[in-house]
Design a protein around this ligand. Structure first.
Ligand SMILES: Cc1ncc(COP(=O)(O)O)c(C=O)c1O
Length: 404
């Protein structure tokens, strides 16, 4: 792939030869349509956005002000790649409460869980190595693995999450390197991996020597049912790296997440992080650590869960009330998304332009599939709009479908 650069006033544009991986990193047509969905007049359920009115902006501002007042020069300085000690200590305590005791050396701070995905991929994947994902799966993880020229293989998914029973057949065909999974309230489907499958998945990874990348950005946002043990908490042999983040509980703009796993793996991630960004922003780390000391995080998360639970229920009720026969959807116990299958013959990508004309938007399901795309699927976000707009939006969407 070449890039013709004419941004500078040169007499003739210069053609640059880009890396081979760039030809694998396509921009999707949907992304272009979704830019339109960001227009303020459109009621969009497309983005993966938390509710902005619930960001604890004042508390975050105060924590930053205190960092400037009390530890200004240190917060402006370079820092260690592993991350700020007191923040890592807080995360260790937090994980221990959730059945995952970890020492300080087993936790590193990342720029969101997205960087955790990238670092693990960089440590684990050579071109052609096999990564297994649930089909459909988180788009930006698929793009990341593509960037490392991995071979992405899929297993199916149902209401209990990843079809772990399909892994054995894949393992018979390829040496597997990495299994990527979002076990709680998956993006895009909103489904949760059942307890039996969690045990089976960890056993499989131990038996076959495969690393599980447990991406858990939504685990805290449970509004129904009992929390299930994490994959990392079921493993005692270092085959799981778990990623966490404050993006969905505090604010994504902070760009603070973490990775937890074996000491050896954390050392490897630290080496690659060093060459990637030296360390996560010192100011944001220190402000987050200070915030967590003086702010009732658990109460805040309980409130988020209550609000998202209500919004999810509103969306489920509105779908039930308005959607044409033949539409089906998932019933998440937490998180920010649900997944709908449109009536037979309808394609998300065809419906989207018409939906935008009616000033409502969603994400068509196609790009989330690494193989065998199912065009009748769409993803709907329920966290970003208040209940009355969710009701209004679902009515608009239903009228677009009814008109087909
Ligand atoms: C499954 C999944 N992983 C990772 C991320 C990235 O989150 P972060 O803001 O922590 O980088 C997202 C964001 O939407 C996500 O849905």
């Amino acid at each position: 792939m070449t890039l013709t650069s004419s941004a500078m006033p040169t007499p003739s544009p210069v053609s640059l030869q880009l890396a081979r991986r760039m030809s694998r990193m396509k921009t999707s047509a949907v992304r272009e349509i979704l830019k339109v969905a960001e227009r303020p007049d459109i009621l969009s359920f497309a983005g993966g956005l938390p509710a902005p009115e619930l960001f604890p902006v004042e508390a975050i501002a105060q924590a930053h002000a205190e960092v400037f007042a009390k530890e200004g020069p240190a917060a402006m300085q370079y820092s260690t790649t592993e991350g700020y000690g007191p923040l890592r200590e807080w995360i260790c305590g937090h994980l221990a409460q959730r059945g995952l005791p970890a020492t300080l050396e087993q936790v590193i701070i990342t720029a969101g869980s997205q960087q955790g995905i990238d670092l693990v991929a960089k440590v684990m994947l050579d071109p052609g190595d096999v990564v297994v994902v649930e089909n459909p799966s988180y788009l930006a993880a698929l793009q990341n693995f593509d960037g490392y020229e991995a071979r992405i293989e899929v297993v199916g998914s149902d209401d209990e999450g990843m079809r772990v029973d399909e892994l054995a057949e894949l393992a018979a065909r390829f040496p597997l390197k990495l299994i990527y999974i979002v076990p709680n309230f998956q993006n895009p489907k909103g489904t949760t991996l059942s307890l039996a499958r969690r045990h089976a998945l960890v056993r499989f990874a131990q038996r076959h020597g495969v690393l599980i990348l447990e991406d858990n950005p939504y685990g805290e946002l449970r509004f129904r049912g009992e929390a299930l043990p994490s994959l990392a908490s079921l493993d005692d042999s270092g085959v799981v790296v778990q990623l966490g983040t404050f993006s969905k509980t505090l604010a994504p703009g902070l760009r603070i997440g973490w990775a937890v796993g074996s000491r050896e793996m954390m050392r490897a991630l630290t080496v690659v992080k060093q060459s990637t960004d030296l360390h996560t922003a010192t100011l944001a780390q220190r402000a987050t650590a200070r915030l967590l000391k003086q702010f009732d995080y658990d109460r805040h998360v309980t409130r988020l869960c209550a609000v998202y639970g209500e919004r999810c229920q509103t969306m489920l009720d509105a779908l039930e009330a308005h959607m044409p026969e033949g539409t089906r959807w998932t019933h998440p116990d937490g998180g920010m998304f649900l997944w709908a299958e449109l009536p037979r013959g309808m394609r998300g990508e065809d419906i989207l332009p018409r939906a935008i004309e009616q000033k409502v938007a969603f994400v068509p399901g196609n790009p989330f599939f690494a193989a065998h795309p199912r065009s009748e699927c769409i993803r709907l976000n329920f966290s970003n709009r208040p209940p009355e707009l969710i009701e209004e939006g679902m009515q608009r969407l239903a009228s677009v479908l009814a008109a087909q």
